[in-house]
Design a protein around this ligand. Structure first.
Ligand SMILES: [Zn+2]
Ligand SMILES: [Zn+2]
Length: 179
């Protein structure tokens, strides 16, 4: 099996983390993880203790991300991209036929820092991807308002938050609309 990004280099068996088996590339440091292997690993390794350690190392994680579509090194089919979380632009690649995941250099560390190390398959759920897109469009809307409102944005955002948490929210909104 060759590396899906470097193409010519052969993948070699590695331990991605805490005995998590993977096929790694020595050049780009990417790794192919079998979801089956991941599940077995997860059952054997209590993640609570790992996450405690990972949280300490959390913070700014350096990672790379392949922009173009990848070919699965096992079946030569096209892999699908899934954004990891709303907090990052990084996407990971899944072959739905082989259930193999390709992680670029640093993406496992990124997944851990986002506390998703024990929830890897969740990234491929429709509901998770939908939530990410929703958060993304909300962020875009907010950015648009910031540009339109300039210096007034902070003040109106403060008032908006105050209204939203107010027990008489409905009446406050009626009052604002009453002109
Ligand atoms: Zn490579
Ligand atoms: Zn495949």
């Amino acid at each position: 099996m060759n590396c899906p990004t470097c193409k010519t280099l052969r993948l070699k068996p590695i331990k991605l983390d805490h005995d998590l088996p993977a096929e790694g590339c020595e050049q780009c440091q990417g790794a192919l993880v079998s979801l089956l292997g991941y599940r077995i690993w997860l059952e054997r390794h209590p993640v609570e203790s790992q996450l405690a350690a990972d949280r300490q190392s959390a913070g700014r994680v350096e990672s790379e991300d392949t922009g173009h579509a990848l070919i699965c090194p096992k079946c030569a089919g096209l892999m699908s991209k899934y954004r990891i979380a709303a907090e990052t632009e990084n996407k990971i690649d899944l072959c739905v036929r082989c259930n193999e995941v390709w992680l670029d250099n640093g993406e496992w560390a990124l997944i851990k820092s986002l506390e998703l190390a024990d929830k890897l398959p969740r990234i491929f759920y429709d509901s998770w991807q939908k939530q990410i897109r929703h958060n993304h469009s909300q962020a875009l809307r907010e950015q648009k308002f910031k540009e339109l409102l300039g210096d007034d944005y902070d003040e109106i955002a403060r008032i908006k938050a105050w209204i939203e948490g107010h027990p008489q929210r409905r009446t406050l909104l009626d009052f604002l609309n009453s002109y």
